[in-house]
Write a protein that binds this ligand. Sequence first.
Ligand SMILES: Nc1ncnc2c1ncn2[C@@H]1O[C@H](COP(=O)(O)OP(=O)(O)OP(=O)(O)O)[C@@H](O)[C@H]1O
Length: 349
Amino acid sequence: MAEPAISFQDVTRRYPQKGGAGDVVALQDISLDVPAGAITGIIGRSGAGKSTLLRMVNGLERPSSGQVIVAGHDVGAASDGSLRAIRREVGMIFQHFNLLSSRTVAENIALPLEIAGEDRHRIAPRVDELIDRVGLGAQRNRYPAELSGGQKQRVGIARALATGPRVLLSDEATSALDPDTTRQVLDLLRDINRDLGLTILLITHEMAVVRDICSHVAVIEAGRIVEAGETYAVFSRPTHPTTRSFLQGVTGVAVPQFVAGQLRPAPQAPDAEAVLHITFTGRHATDPMLARLTAERGVSVNILAGAIEEIGAQPFGSLIVGIPAGRLEESRRFLEEHGLVTEVLGYVG
Ligand SMILES: Nc1ncnc2c1ncn2[C@@H]1O[C@H](COP(=O)(O)OP(=O)(O)OP(=O)(O)O)[C@@H](O)[C@H]1O
């Protein structure tokens, strides 16, 4: 396998509390490889440790123990000089854009080049190229106050790309934007990833962002990574309750209210129905397996909720169905043998 762009190795970060009340453990024993050239999402709730993790990549935070390796450098152990070199390799964009209000679009984008001591004559053409890249030709000489949120984030992206980094960090970059603008900014990030081969590591609390652009995902909860892998695999077979709860919002299916109120952990009556969550993935996503279950095995299937969507370019379907409890095991075996993933949510009756 190719060398990861970023490697977190047994990283722990503690913050001492005032008054000697013991340490806050923001991150604990984090080990994670971020593949080069991919878009990786770290998803977690507020306070889970996302920002702390992201800020370690450019040395804004240092681990209490463990190592963060970026492009072969141990960031936590880096001297000020090598930290400057690492930061040229790592761009960052922010939820609230962090633009300088007294500078125009072009001047904001030029800033990192000026700081890096780039030759004046080389700055102008580079800024033009970046403005083109993010589609802000008409806004070149405007000030941040004259821009929409989406335009401001485009400036942020152009500025982050100015020094030609290999890694782009995104700190909730679309959280302050409306859904349409979010879509456009995510599309831009995906184009940049594809065209420049840039590694993107983003943090978010929205699974829709992960679904839409991340090839890899890690779920963080109370300072620990509870699940990680390729997005499609994690969406297909989530193993941790936190992942499942994040997925509920984006896979479009929830147990309907009239069923949820009656669900029990075990069947009570001889004619009870089992409520089954079925995930259809990859080449099986559009197979008519439920029709075959009925036709070939004579099992009646009661569809309660369902949706089919795309993750990456692959179809992904979720259905919630009712099946006679007495036929449950046989039906699950049939569906699983044909590549579907099933989970029993409970019983009605
Ligand atoms: N400088 C600090 N001093 C003390 N505690 C801190 C410090 N920075 C972060 N923490 C604590 O570490 C934990 C993780 O914080 P972090 O900001 O990384 O979470 P997060 O997932 O990014 O949350 P959010 O989505 O709300 O920004 C929290 O309990 C937070 O209170």
